[in-house]
Design a protein around this ligand. Structure first.
Ligand SMILES: [Cu+2]
Length: 444
């Protein structure tokens, strides 16, 4: 049976509950439970995930299609799943702060919504972790959610979904001169396996390979390169960029996605992996193997490159309508030696932060001002924003749902308030969001 036939069948199928009421049969069932992940021979990571694997099953649907997903919680803790990058109502978005309900232990909840907008999205646990580094985005509770566009932009011969992850998180102190607690890891993987232990990406000379990459990290920004090749970035956070460009490296903060085409024009056995040697040795990479090529996979360190979103922006400026500005200042509040620092948005930590009021169909410009000495992956739920100013220069056409703001930097993004309902804005670094870096937007 073709996958499309299956979807049509599943989408239209009705079942009947014990009381005779018709219930829609889910298109997808995500069973949340224990997962033993053998990231390399003999190294079993004990985590939680969906349907026995991490990443969990791919959810792949057509744009505009109604999708029904059942989440069965087989663990003994309440949890919640967020559909990251989708424009869905607040009560199914999967954030408690917006009014979505958690899935109780040993029970299930069914979500139904229209899948939009198209592109590389994902799903992940949106619970609080605090100091429990087995929970939320530290766990294996995530997977890809790909929404096929009505028309596929670029032609390619193969498509691969690659999630960058690290495992066995532990608390440590920052190092010299910094005694605040931070998170470190023992192992890394691309999808379920460390570098060299999973199936390689097998290619033939002349093929065009579409890579859909996700940084599924709870806390770490990653840089990757593909030895002997270049990436051609076509989309960021699932949204096509105005100016696709070739790059040697890709940089992604937690929760960011990049779609990149690679022309397979250099036969050999190569490593696609973290540019950081330590992270690559911990397993952050995957082998790319040409047909009839043998030998150990080769790594070539890329030239030092600055990652700058603006190079993918539109070259022609647009006339912008008046936007209501919302200044947002981010600061760290030192909590004491060997404590986890608190974070503030305009001087307050969630849940004490001030609610931002929106009018439906209004245009809003968020003025990010990062006073801290750390970068932050800033995420807006249920909406897509456009980068309009990065460090004083304007740009346009880059639409995202997560953007990394550098230490002590400023940035401006604009969005249309086109999806009424409570909307969460937060830093996607799990330890930052858990300790106050979050605020709510509400439609008046
Ligand atoms: Cu942060």
């Amino acid at each position: 049976m073709q996958r499309r036939d299956f979807l049509q069948l599943a989408g239209g199928a009705l079942a009947f509950a014990a009381d005779g009421e018709p219930v829609v049969k889910p298109d997808f069932t995500l069973r949340l439970g224990k997962v033993d992940l053998e990231v390399e021979p003999g190294k079993i990571v004990k985590t939680t995930g969906f349907n026995g694997s991490a990443p969990g099953p791919m959810i792949r649907v057509k744009e505009g299609q109604r999708v029904t997903i059942e989440v069965v919680n087989e663990t003994d803790k309440a949890d919640i799943v967020h559909w990251h990058g989708l424009h869905v109502p607040s009560d199914v978005d999967g954030a408690m702060e917006e009014g979505s309900l958690m899935v109780d232990p040993k029970s299930s909840r069914t979500y139904s919504f229209i899948a939009k907008p198209s592109g590389t999205r994902w799903y992940h646990s949106h619970t609080k972790a605090g100091r429990d580094l087995k929970r939320a985005t530290y766990s294996g509770e995530f997977g890809f959610f790909y929404i096929e566009p009505k028309e596929e932009a670029g032609a390619y011969d193969q498509e691969h979904f690659l999630a960058l992850r690290e495992w066995d998180a532990y608390l440590t102190t920052g190092g010299e001169g910094d005694d605040s607690m931070s998170v470190a890891y023992t192992h890394c993987s691309v999808n379920s396996h460390g570098l060299g232990f999973g199936e390689p990406i097998r290619v033939k000379q002349g093929q065009r390979v579409m890579l859909r990459l996700l940084n599924a990290s709870a806390t770490v920004t990653r840089r990757v390169a593909i030895a002997g090749h270049k990436f051609r970035v076509t989309a960021m956070d699932g949204n096509p960029v105005p100016t696709p460009k070739e790059t040697e490296i890709l940089e992604m903060g937690p929760a960011e996605r990049i779609d990149a085409l690679v022309e397979m024009n250099n036969p050999g056995v190569w490593i696609l992996g973290a540019t950081d040697d330590h992270d690559r040795k911990q397993g952050l990479g995957i082998v790319v193997e040409y047909a009839n090529q043998v030998g150990p996979p080769q790594w070539i360190a890329p030239a030092a490159t600055v990652w700058d979103y603006r190079i993918f922006g539109s070259e022609t400026a647009v006339e912008r309508s008046e936007a209501t500005t919302i200044p947002l200042v981010f600061q760290k509040k030192w909590a004491g030696n060997r404590w986890v620092d608190y974070w503030t948005v305009n001087g307050k930590s969630y849940p004490k932060t001030d609610v931002i009021r929106l009018r439906a169909n209004g245009t809003y410009r968020l003025l990010f001002d990062n006073h801290s000495d750390e970068a932050h992956p800033l995420h807006l739920h249920r909406h897509t924003f456009e980068l309009v100013e990065v460090e004083g220069t304007s740009t346009c056409g880059i639409r995202k749902d997560v953007v990394v703001i550098g230490a002590k930097r400023k940035m401006q993004v604009e969005f249309k308030a086109d999806n009424p309902g409570a909307t969460l804005f937060h830093c996607h670094q799990q330890m930052h969001m858990d300790y106050g870096f979050m605020t709510l937007l509400e439609y008046v």
